[in-house]
Unconditional design. Structure first.
Length: 434
């Protein structure tokens, strides 16, 4: 296919040359001008924008002829030109020996486009007409062939990269070189985030005459533990070219960072059971924030009993991008019992799907302090009098009882003392266990 630089009007400068010193003037003689244009060229007619590179020529609808020569007047003719390229004009041509006829075609700005010269032509007295064939040669091509724009394919240097790999290339390749700058605009998608995970230009510029060009994709080597991520590269638009089908390339970025380590801590090493019951935070802290959700599993031992003495969730969930998470250890004010202080020993673990590792062995101990007042003791006897007994009468006895104001979780020991006028003849137990 061919396209024109513009609609061109042809100004044909027509002249002839003679080798004879004598010039004779003839009457008006029909002159047939056969205009032969270069093979493959198409001369535009009015309104014509495209043509075929065959031997068929399109001739201007109008043609301006400038005719000059020795012994001739200068005339301008405006004629309709048939499609066969033959022009018949009536001009005064002097008789004489063999001559050459020349013509030059000008564009609308006066710039010569085509020029041509005939072979030697004999003009003899009595000739009724003469056929002049002028083959045109391009000075500057009137038209340029329409070359289909090159197609573009996309490729990458690496389809899989470690985060520490650095760079790879993204290349646009043309099916053929172009005389124009080809701009390939890219779109980027996938699970990887531009700037945070990689850096890539938005367009590839292929200079005129070049077959390909590349841009660099740079992987950002961060310290985050993250999932492997995908970069999807597509062609958005092509200037002075076309995309060959659907061009898409993918690059998988393999994360090379170990999961973060976890350190366990508590806000306070002791909490109160009563007056009022208090609590403390149990915190898991990461060595670095992760792009994954981190799950820390807790377990407890110690003298305190879960649910009866304290409550503690056994999972700490740390959202992506956050460096720590906490749960609450709370004492339970379960009863008025007086009891010993008790301990909660907290351990942690990271399982296969936790996205973390324990920093050595992490253990924390929290003491639950019992602040219940000691129970009070009341002493009583079953009978206020006893019979001493003799040979005919049996001695009697009574119970001495210690009563607590509240039940205790501990063993309470009450020590007794005695006095009075009675003599100790039999040993009286001096202490009792309650």
């Amino acid at each position: 296919m061919y396209v024109f630089k513009g609609i061109i009007f042809l100004f044909l400068f027509f002249s002839f040359f003679t080798g004879c010193s004598e010039v004779q003037t003839r009457g008006a003689v029909p002159v047939h001008l056969n205009l032969i244009f270069p093979a493959g060229q198409v001369v535009p007619s009015q309104g014509l924008s495209k043509g075929s590179p065959s031997n068929t020529k399109a001739i201007p609808a109008t043609l301006t002829l400038q005719v000059t020569g020795p012994g001739m007047e200068t005339i301008f003719l405006l004629r309709d030109i048939p499609q066969n390229g033959e022009v018949i004009i009536n001009i005064n041509i002097p008789a004489g020996p063999a001559r050459r006829f020349s013509m030059t075609a000008f564009d609308a700005g006066g710039k010569p486009i085509f020029q041509g010269e005939s072979a030697l032509i004999n003009l003899n007295p009595g000739d009724l007409s003469v056929v002049v064939t002028i083959p045109f040669v391009s000075i500057e091509p009137l038209i340029q062939p329409i070359v289909d724009p090159p197609t573009v394919t996309l490729s990458v240097g690496l389809n899989t990269m470690n985060e520490a790999s650095g760079t790879t290339t993204v290349t646009a390749v043309l099916s053929a070189t172009s005389s124009l700058l080809v701009t390939v605009t890219l779109t980027k998608g996938g699970t990887a985030s531009e700037t945070a995970d990689y850096i890539l230009d938005d367009a590839i510029l292929i200079p005129a005459g070049a077959l390909s060009a590349s841009v660099t994709l740079t992987v950002v080597n961060d310290l985050l533990d993250e999932n492997d991520e995908l970069v999807i590269i597509d062609i958005d638009t092509v200037t002075n070219g076309t995309e060959l089908g659907t061009q898409q390339q993918t690059i998988l970025i393999i994360d090379d960072n170990d999961p973060p380590t976890v350190t366990l801590s508590v806000g306070s090493e002791s909490i109160n059971e009563k007056n009022p019951a208090t609590s403390t935070l149990v915190t898991a802290t990461l060595s670095a924030a992760s792009t994954k959700v981190v799950t820390v599993t807790l377990s407890t031992t110690g003298t305190a009993t879960t649910t009866l003495d304290y409550t503690l969730p056994l999972i700490i969930t740390i959202p992506a991008g956050i460096s720590s998470g906490s749960v609450t250890l709370a004492a339970v004010n379960d009863d008025p019992l007086d009891e010993n202080d008790e301990t909660v020993i907290i351990d942690m673990a990271c399982d296969t799907n936790s996205n973390c590792t324990e920093n050595g062995t992490q253990t924390q101990t929290v003491t639950i302090v019992d602040e219940t007042n000691l129970p009070t003791v009341t002493l009583s006897v079953g009978s206020a009098s006893l019979t001493e007994g003799n040979a005919t009468e049996t001695a009697t006895s009574t119970a001495v009882t210690a009563t607590l104001s509240a039940v205790s979780a501990n063993v309470v020991t009450v020590t007794l003392d005695k006095s009075g006028t009675a003599q100790t003849t039999r040993r009286l137990r001096r202490s009792a266990l309650v």
